[in-house]
Design a protein around this ligand. Structure first.
Ligand code: SAM
Length: 230
C-alpha cells in the first residue's frame, strides 16, 4: 500500500504535450482528484483517458474544504490537486492545503512540471541567477506600495498580469523604475502564438500602445542596476 499523501500535479499551460508521464500515472493512481475547475480538469482527464472522482477545490471554498480533505488523507487516501493550468499553489489554490497537511504530519509531494514563470524568466534574456516572483500585483490597495518596493529590488522580478492591464502595468513600472529599465513580456507561452519581447520599458510601452496585448502574459523586469552599471 503506498503511503497516503497529498500530491500537487502540474498541468500544461497551453500545450498538452507538456503533461508528464509521472503526472499521468499520479492522476491514474490517486483516489481523488481535486480540481480548481472540475470542467477544465474533466476535459484534461478525458483527453488522457483517465476516469477519476473529481472534487472542486478553488479560492472560494479552500478554507472550508481543508479540514475534510486532511481527514480523508489521514484515513488512507491519496489525493491529487490540480489547478486549471500550471503548478498548483503558484498564483493558484494549494498553499492552505499543503500547510494543513504538513501541520498534521501528512506527506506532501509536488511533481515538477509546467509553470509560466520559469520559461518567461529564462527566455527573457534578463539575469535569472537571482529573481523574485511577485505573482499578480494587487489591483488597488497596496499596489503603489508594492511598486515602490520593486523600485529598490536588485533581483529580476517576475509578474503575472492580465492582458487588459499590461499596458497600465508597464506604464506604472516606468513611472517607478524609469523608461530605460529592461523588461520582457511573454505571451501565450507554449501555445501557437507564443511571443516574447524584451527591451527598455519605453519600447515595450510603444509596442503595446500600437498593438493591443492579447492572451496570457508574464512580465519580467530587470533588477535595479548596481553602482556604475546605470
Ligand atoms: N499556476 C499557474 C502557473 O504555475 O504558472 C499560474 C496560474 S495564474 C491564475 C494565471 C496566470 O499565469 C496568467 O494570468 C498569466 O499571467 C500566467 N500564465 C499562465 N499560462 C500562461 C501562458 N501560457 N503564457 C503566459 N502566461 C501564462
Amino acid at each position: 500500500m503506498p503511503e497516503p499523501k497529498l500530491i500537487l500535479v502540474p498541468t500544461p499551460i497551453g500545450n498538452l504535450e507538456d503533461m508528464t508521464l509521472r503526472a499521468l500515472r499520479t492522476l491514474r493512481e490517486a483516489d481523488l482528484v481535486l480540481a480548481e475547475d472540475t470542467r477544465t480538469t474533466g476535459q484534461l482527464l478525458k483527453h488522457f483517458e483517465i476516469s477519476k472522482p473529481l472534487q472542486s477545490y478553488h479560492n472560494y471554498n479552500e478554507h472550508q474544504a481543508v479540514a475534510g480533505l486532511v481527514q480523508r488523507i489521514r484515513a488512507g487516501q491519496t489525493v491529487a490537486l490540480v489547478s486549471d493550468a500550471g503548478t498548483p499553489g503558484i498564483s493558484d489554490p494549494g498553499f492552505l492545503l499543503v500547510r494543513a497537511c504538513l501541520r498534521e504530519g501528512l506527506a506532501v509531494e509536488c511533481l515538477p512540471g509546467p509553470t509560466a514563470l520559469v520559461p518567461a524568466l529564462v527566455k527573457s534574456g534578463l539575469p535569472c541567477d537571482r529573481f523574485v516572483f511577485e505573482g499578480f500585483l494587487p489591483h488597488k490597495k497596496g499596489r503603489q506600495t508594492r511598486l515602490k518596493a520593486l523600485a529598490l529590488e536588485d533581483r529580476t522580478v517576475v509578474l503575472y498580469e492580465s492582458p487588459y492591464r499590461v499596458l497600465r502595468c508597464l506604464q506604472e513600472l516606468r513611472a517607478h523604475l524609469g523608461g530605460q529599465r529592461l523588461a520582457s513580456v511573454s505571451r501565450e507561452l507554449s501555445k501557437l502564438y507564443e511571443e516574447t519581447l524584451t527591451g527598455p520599458l519605453d519600447e515595450l510601452i510603444a509596442h503595446f500602445t500600437a498593438k493591443e496585448a492579447k492572451g496570457e502574459i508574464v512580465i519580467v523586469v530587470a533588477g535595479r542596476p548596481g553602482k556604475g552599471e546605470e
